[in-house]
Design a protein around this ligand. Sequence first.
Ligand code: SF4
Length: 485
Amino acid sequence: MVLYIIDHPYHYEAENLCRVFYPFDKVTVQHEFMPSDENRTVYTAEENGEYIVRIEDADGKTERKAKVGAETEYGMVSLLFDAFCAHTGKMPRWGMLTGIHPIKLLRQLTEQHGEAEAARLFREKYFVSNEKTALAVRTLRAQKPITDKVRENDYSLYISVPFCPTRCAYCSFVSQSVEKAKKQIPEYHRLLLEELKETAKVADALGLNLRAVYVGGGTPTTFSAEQLSEMIRVVKDSFDMSQCEELTVEAGRPDTIDRAKLDALLKSGVSRISINPQTLQDNVLENIGRRHTAQQTVDAFHLAREAGFTNINMDLIVGLPGDTYETFCDTIEKVIALDPENVTVHALALKRSSFITQSGEINKAHADAALADRMMAYAEKRLTERGLEPYYLYRQSRMAGNLENTGWAKPGTECAYNIFTMDETETVLACGAGGVTKLKNPYSEDLSRIFNFKYSYEYISRYPEILERKEGIAKQYEQFRKRLH
Ligand code: SF4
């Protein structure tokens, strides 16, 4: 597909809308008009006081025009959305929202206009469906008591452990062969502990209050029991934990969990873990390259309960290869029978560099938006019936059915870190490969980011640069505080 963007600033939105409606097209952007041989062209331009949109492909030609008037903020974008709907006959459930933080937008609208008007704007200005608007409103209500408690200097700590026992077929995060990466673990662990100590010094000097710690990845339980204990000991010794209310560790893959690691985590004070089935169907697990069985997940869950964990999350994915509506519902029922405190339901996002995308093995549920939608609706219905509420939600591009990822929790068991990072309510200091430090201006919605290197081998070889980048934290806070006075 060629997307022409001529003389208007809505590049990001136009490109994203192309992906919403044509998730499997490669989009080439051109800023000047030149005839193209591509079988689909989308022309968007501002010409002589008008927005012009023209979509042409084998299905025909759809054209829309509108005057550049008072309501211009979304003028071009809504025109394009309207043209795509007419051309494809599709009406995406999240309307023309293409950003990853719809709840943040709803919160801002609610703060300005109140809940009812914000919901109306969601439906009528952004074309979000009634069901998704209702889901967003519920999510915002559930997270409000937690975001309301955030104070000026609060922050969370994210620790990345970017190793996994095998690479899932839908993953774009792990770059090297798993075997090669594993050899790096001892050196990575050593540098990570050093980075944690340095980060604690920065946070201390700025007078920041640590509220939540989240260890993610990758699969943090690729570390041994000793490495996990040592990492958490360093966190506790280096950071002021007096106001820290939660410590989550993703124990993602059941094939990395054993009693020694669970005991080590619990003894270290970990309050919440994730054990992620993704699916409880063995054939689907095989399709996605996870070399464990559904039974291993169930056993790992029971082992964690026996060890004493009282807050366990389980991640599931809609749109996996080989999953059907019936097998997905079966997975939901089996998860519900285990009675975890949290369930996170993801819609499969196809990343360009994942095996699944490269092999062209697009699952029926991914291509079939209606099927993905039914699966998601079933999860929503059953989790609601079990007393769980949606409490954080985010979206990615190229998601099955153009849907969303939603974290569900029994009231009182929500993971505050998930809310903070998705709502961008407070600063997140990140350590480890792939970590992104997000510095939130406590006096506005401004956010600035500092990136660590994505892959473990870069992190190790360029570690001194990671420490140099930490200097940016104090400088940015100085700016935040200066602007206030
Ligand atoms: S567990 Fe996560 S990070 Fe690891 S390979 Fe699978 S998708 Fe990628």
